[in-house]
Design a protein around this ligand. Sequence first.
Ligand code: CAA
Length: 258
Amino acid sequence: MAYDTIIVEIEGSVALIRLNRPEALNALNTALITELGQALAEADRNDKIRCVVLTGSEKAFAAGADIKEMSTKTFVDAYDEDLFGARIDAITRIRKPIIAAVSGYALGGGCELAMICDFIIAADTAKFGQPEINLGVIAGIGGTQRLTRFVGKSKAMDMHLTGRFMDAAEAERSGLVSRVVPAAKLIPEAMAAARKIAEKSQVSVKAAKEAVNRAYETTMAEGILFERRNFQALFSTEDQKEGMAAFLEKREPQFRDR
Ligand code: CAA
């Protein structure tokens, strides 16, 4: 499918989606959020795609929701169109892994979009922030909740109340990103991580994603029970037999996603 605000490249079993509104530092307007949702849903449906990498440009992953588009809205407009509601919720329901590869600014909705992804690999140029407070609003794509769970209350409060930016080193130190790499290595590193995920049994990949996400939604006891039942259920798969046999036979497993 052809898109105006994103570019989708398929490399083997990985879909690389680039946000592409350079004139607005990839600000998230309705068209971009709609197209991103469509591209992710398409990747989720496509059996050949096993992992997604979501990135922006060198200067900006995304500089937030589109301020120009939002500036004249009333509460009723925002409420009526469910601004950043259903379309974002649909993105959170994508079952295949999504890696955010962040270079430059990931601000406001850009930081929030990166946090919706399954993990974030950052270039050493990355800058994260929730500067909505400077616009007389607050985060609206989950930033008050997700950032707090990533980095804890004190740092999240600091970011949301002062609007200051966090550099890549601080983001790694505080658990917001999984790794920091030199800017030139960002896409190769993210694609290599995606290819590694793509080699695994997709049954256990989906189960792992669901179980880790469950940690955000439930008590420890319920989460551990959810994990244990799914761990036990995976013994019904051919891939469990293959994975363990391959280990014992000192060879690479040939997973068949069943
Ligand atoms: N929305 C719309 N346009 C944006 C934008 C945004 N969020 N961020 C940048 N742009 C546009 C600028 O208006 C500018 O366009 P023009 O050339 O037509 O004037 C272009 O992108 C380049 O931006 P700058 O000239 O400002 O670039 P800079 O290098 O001087 O500064 C920046 C970069 C620090 C990221 C600055 O652009 C900035 O502060 N952007 C806004 C960040 C922000 O407040 N984000 C939160 C948005 S609200 C939100 O996200 C709500 C939510 O949670 C849902």
